[in-house]
Design a protein around this ligand. Structure first.
Ligand code: DSN
Length: 417
């Protein structure tokens, strides 16, 4: 960062501070990850200089020969990785990708049926605060009050009653396997289109540790920066029959010039995800989530759904008498960063919450395994057992910092010496 330090020490300082934070703390935010140096180099490259409105070989600007190659590689690699017929790699975010699918297939006022935000769904699945909930008539299914698992019977009953034009399946805080086949049956029964948003689990799907929705759904959307471990951005998969409509909704419908540096970084991410090393990484994310979940359960923590099948789980802190907000603040001061999260049927507001969400993509990227998860559970329990003890938080933060020196934030650099 020599040039940046000289030109703008303020921003150089911000980046160094963030680098230290990422190195010194244990990050358990389920939707974040630390990308490889290769991804950083592609996204920080001069490809960001280039305007390339359009698609490979059909651009509105000259001089696109190199960026065309980057976008074609990204598309082909994504298709190969997810066994899909078509991929659009231009969406800037998951919400834009979802909007692109809706606007391709639906008219304003059409009915969509998605997962309830407060039961683990996402804003862009028709929540009232999102434009997706204002443009479309939105209905929501949830999880069972007893098991906290998706209530497929409720999904079927609601689908029969509201007759959605599209059903949306996918979640931001649901820790169990999603049965895409069952959603397909329900969608077929009521004549609905089916879209799956796999932003959280894309890396697990790529690694083969979560079933793929591709054989079952009409559209798949995803971000690239969560378990998939790529740059910030998104993509859409669909069958060939929808390809040109989806492409023209993304550009020129919703976006202008694509971010070619980010598309190149997506190509790198898809290449990394095709490796045996990544498949092992995906398996270890799940092993780590199960280990951390089990260790906390043994210490008396109430795990929503009782366990996890993927990269994350929710802890209901009601029996500990602590709110999610207080727990998350105390843990962050102790060097363990995660987010407060509503639990299904929460009685607290979304700013307070009764729960916390815990995810293992980053700790797995850093090379931590089951043994380290047991240690992390010890620290979480120590801090939450004395949630207002500031000196304990300081003590744990220094232990965490010392521990973290053994786990580089870009392990491939260490591996290559
Ligand atoms: N904000 C993301 C998450 O944390 O799950 C979803 O977009």
């Amino acid at each position: 960062m020599t040039a940046l330090m000289k030109m703008d020490p303020d921003i150089a300082g911000v980046i160094s501070g963030e680098e230290r934070r990422e190195a010194d703390k244990i990050i358990l935010i389920a939707s974040e990850n630390y990308v490889s140096q290769a991804v950083i180099e592609a996204q920080g490259s001069i490809l960001s200089n280039k305007y390339a409105e359009g698609y490979p070989s059909k651009r509105f600007y000259e001089g696109c020969e190199y960026v065309d190659e980057a976008e074609s590689l990204a598309i082909e690699r994504a298709k190969d990785l997810f066994k899909a017929e078509h991929c659009n790699v231009q969406p800037l975010s998951g919400t834009i990708a979802n909007l692109a699918v809706y606007l391709t297939m639906l008219k304003p006022g059409d009915t969509i049926l998605g997962m309830n935000l407060s039961h683990g769904g996402h804003l862009s699945h028709g929540a009232p605060a999102s434009f997706t909930g204002r443009i479309f008539q939105s209905y929501h299914y949830g999880v069972s009050r007893e098991t906290h698992l998706i209530d497929y019977d409720e999904v079927r009953t609601m689908a029969r009653s509201v007759k959605p034009r599209m059903i949306v399946v996918g979640a931001s805080s649901y820790s169990r396997i999603i049965d895409f086949g069952k959603f397909r049956e329900i969608a077929d029964e009521v004549g609905a289109l089916l879209m799956s948003d796999i932003a959280h689990i894309a890396g697990l799907v790529a690694a083969g540790v979560h079933p793929s929705p591709v054989p079952y759904v009409d559209f798949v959307t995803s971000t690239t920066h969560k378990t998939l471990r790529g740059p910030r951005g998104a993509f859409i998969l669909c069958r060939k029959e929808y390809a040109s409509k989806i492409d023209s909704t993304v550009f020129p419908g919703l976006q202008g010039g694509p971010f070619m540096n980010i598309i190149a970084a997506k190509a790198v991410c898809f290449k990394e995800a095709q490796t045996e090393q990544f498949r092992e990484y995906g398996k270890q994310i799940v092993r780590n989530a199960k280990a951390l979940c089990q260790a906390l359960k043994e210490k008396g923590y109430d795990i929503v759904t009782g366990s996890t099948d993927n990269h994350m789980f929710l802890v209901d802190l009601t029996n500990k008498g602590i709110t999610g907000r207080d727990a998350a603040h105390a843990l962050d001061r102790a060097g363990i960063t995660l987010n407060k999260n509503v639990i299904p049927f929460d009685t607290q507001s979304p700013y307070v919450t009764s729960g916390i969400r815990i995810g293992t993509p980053i700790v797995t990227t850093r090379g931590m395994r089951e043994r380290e998860m047991a240690q992390i559970a010890e620290w979480i329990d120590r801090v939450l057992s004395n949630v207002s003890d500031k000196s304990l938080q300081k003590q744990v933060a220094s232990e965490v910092k010392a521990f973290c020196t053994n786990y580089p934030i870009r392990p491939e650099i260490r591996n290559e010496g």
